[in-house]
Design a protein around this ligand. Structure first.
Ligand SMILES: [Zn+2]
Length: 463
């Protein structure tokens, strides 16, 4: 356990030190469960989103994209069940007054609880296991009853009275509702035929009580969701295909397969057909990275009922009309990022007993692809040549120019941000053969490459 905590702390520390992730509003003492991405974090997050979009939309002729707004008609959240049922079970420690997620406490001792359980069901499980549960803060065993607390974040958008809380506009708790609301628009405009999918990347908000584990669970977060509309008879067949595709996606992304596993949900909500999560082996253990769920026709039926609109599909070939069933894949950018950071974090013992910290990101996810150095910063001809190479390569890749300190220090810095290739311009470049040193992040091996061949060389390596 100690070792795992160490790894988490090391990742958090590197993420801060190297500008991947900052706690929000740090100058004001932080703002709970909210994080900001720094200069390398935003590159990493963007690369993750590009990879997801490419696999989900660009390479699929049956899936189209969407970008719906964060705000939706408040009825959306009544129809979806979020106003009535989207809640976490909370208890208070009677000793230290910490507010605790009861489902998490149960999970920690191996008792499967579900946020969809009713207050009574959760309290029954809680009572049966109270003697095994200790407050994570103070270690005492006195708790209040579990109460369910709604997770939707409210706002006064469009309401200019003082009692807007009675009739709030919600910040979306998940992006997929925007997909359901646009189902009809997409069918009418995108020339899609069932089965087809709609994909979206966007922010969502949840009033999480306990923020746990860094960027794993945050109150503001970004989702990448795909909803796939099928014929009722084909739902499970398509579901199996989607599960395979999503597993393959993580392998293609460069995640180590031994760090991934399937987790099957035992307590399904009444409308769900089947639900699996892809779990990742985070420093705190295997936890949900992505949900792949078969949801029946619940979502469209609910919105049809609440809106009074027909959300059917007319099959022109068979003249059949039906409400499509939906299978979904849903993953967070932050959770993917934490998985990628965990997968990449490597400590290596060097010959001189020094420890090298290197982020072995898959090359396509690396925030910076190439760093260019002049061997010395006070030799003008080296600097001019290095700048020339940098200006040329930055047209193709996210590049960095660095002339600070010695080359060894620059390598260490680039290793910690996971830059796959470092190029050094030295005296041989200028005086002898117009070649540069290219150093490989993972092997630390160096080779001389002719400047005119650099672009081809890198294109080949970074493919
Ligand atoms: Zn306590």
């Amino acid at each position: 356990m100690k070792k795992e905590q160490d790894k988490m702390e090391k990742i958090i520390s590197l993420a801060k030190r190297r500008g991947f992730v900052f706690p929000s509003s740090e100058i004001y003492g932080g703002y709970s469960a909210i994080y900001d991405y720094g200069s390398y974090g935003v590159e990493l997050a963007n690369n993750i989103k590009v990879a997801w979009w490419k696999a989900t939309v660009q390479l699929r002729e049956d899936i189209v994209g969407l970008d719906s707004a964060i705000f939706m008609h408040p009825k959306t959240w009544e129809a979806s069940g979020h106003v009535g049922g989207f809640s976490d079970p909370l208890a208070e420690c009677k000793n230290c007054n910490s507010r605790l997620r009861v489902d998490h406490l149960l999970e920690d001792i191996g008792v499967l609880a579900d946020e969809k359980m009713s207050e009574e069901e959760i309290n029954k499980l809680f009572d049966e296991n109270k003697n095994k549960i200790k407050c994570p803060k103070c270690g005492k065993q006195e708790f209040s009853e579990a109460k369910k607390f709604n997770l939707l974040v409210k706002s006064n958008l469009g309401n200019f009275t003082s009692d807007w809380e009675k009739d709030p506009a919600y910040l979306r708790g998940e992006t997929c509702q925007g997909i359901y609301l646009n189902y009809k628009n997409v069918v009418d405009t995108a020339r899609v035929k069932i089965p087809f999918g709609i994909a979206q990347i966007g922010k969502a908000f949840r009033n999480e009580i306990t923020a746990r584990q860094f960027i794993f669970r945050t109150r503001e977060f970004e989702q990448m969701e795909m909803q796939y509309f099928t014929h009722p008879d084909k739902e499970m067949e398509e579901y199996e295909k989607l599960r395979q595709a999503r597993w393959q996606y993580y392998l293609d992304l460069g995640i180590k397969e031994e760090n991934l596993k399937w987790h099957k949900h035992e307590n399904l909500v009444f409308y769900a057909k089947e639900a699996y999560d892809i779990e990742y082996n985070y420093p705190f253990g295997f936890k949900e990275l992505e949900g792949v769920h078969a949801r029946g026709n619940y979502d469209l039926s609910q919105h049809a009922k609440f809106s009074g609109q027909k959300l059917e599909y007319s099959d022109t070939a068979t003249n059949e009309k039906y409400v499509p069933h939906i299978i979904e894949s849903s993953v967070g950018v932050g959770r993917t990022m934490l998985a990628v950071l965990t997968d990449a974090y490597t400590e290596e013992k060097l010959e001189d007993d020094d420890i090298r910290i290197v982020m072995k990101f898959p090359k396509k996810l690396a925030p910076v692809k190439v760093a260019v150095f002049p061997l010395m910063k006070n030799k003008e001809n080296l600097v001019v040549k290095a700048k020339e190479i940098y200006n040329d390569l930055k047209q193709e890749y996210m590049c960095e120019f660095d002339d600070n300190g010695n080359v060894g220090k620059r390598y260490r810095r680039q290793d910690e941000i996971g830059t796959p290739y470092c190029i050094t311009v030295d005296f041989d470049t200028i005086e002898k053969d117009n070649t540069v040193t290219v150093r490989d992040r993972d092997t630390m091996e160096q080779e001389r490459v002719k400047i005119e061949e650099l672009k081809n060389y890198l294109e080949d390596k970074l493919k």
